[in-house]
Design a protein around this ligand. Sequence first.
Ligand code: NAD
Length: 263
Amino acid sequence: MSKPAGRLAGKTAIITGGARAMGGATSQLFADEGAEVVIADVLADEGAALAASIGSTAMFQKLDVSNEDNWQAVGDAAMSRFGKVDILVNNAGILIFKSILDTTLEEYERVLRVNLVGCFLGMRTIAPHMIAAGKGAIVNISSIDGMKGANSLAAYASSKWGVRGISKVAALEFGHKGIRVNSVHPGGINTPMGNPGGVPIEEVNKLYTQVPMQRVGHPEEVARASLFLASDDASYINGAELIVDGGWQAGHYYLGYPGAPGV
Ligand code: NAD
């Protein structure tokens, strides 16, 4: 019996920051679901290794998302190898923990440049290929920190609010050209960014008392949300925000009162 067609069969996807962690899980899942994938990242060794392990339906292309010329090269490489681009996942991101008073202008601009300018350049460079085809889906990875404030996230929260905002603009500008644009808002996810010390999962989970599900999230759980938004299952979803945070953003607990964990 032949394998059933995947949810992305016949589609080509570019995934930024696609070499590891959340982006790596997305590259793998999209490939498993039948897509041709362009893994675009600054991490050449990891990206090339992942593409090789997926096989002939994957390629690696070096990309610094903050570099305009790199973006042009990614678009050209995807078109020359696969002939089209149906999906773009703007996932690459960086994080620094610093208060407003301690953040230098250089640090602030660096985070904005990668997280927000990278997303802008990606859409500006790749959307024309989708517009020419009259169809496409863009998934921009924001954060729950793009929906509220948090101490020490002066630059990061600014960038992720920006990603949420430009996703709405893109949904309006591209929607009538057949392209859907949605944002994904992960909570705490067990990746080098979310768990930089590589702390054992049982210990990490103990920090998640304010999260209804009482645990950290996994990269595959975010990848599955991006898969849904990128697939035709989301054919009428445009300009939406999909929160993937175990309920963290839903509110907060009055610990010790009825309905709280352990009461
Ligand atoms: P990560 O640091 O583990 O991986 C980020 C990836 O982006 C890496 O492969 C890295 O090489 C790549 N990257 C960084 N700068 C780049 C650049 N200039 N050009 C191209 N690639 C670049 O982080 P992650 O946790 O997998 O995060 C993925 C996305 O999810 C990010 O946008 C992040 O802000 C967002 N996010 C993460 C969490 C979390 O808790 N981990 C929560 C909310 C949102």
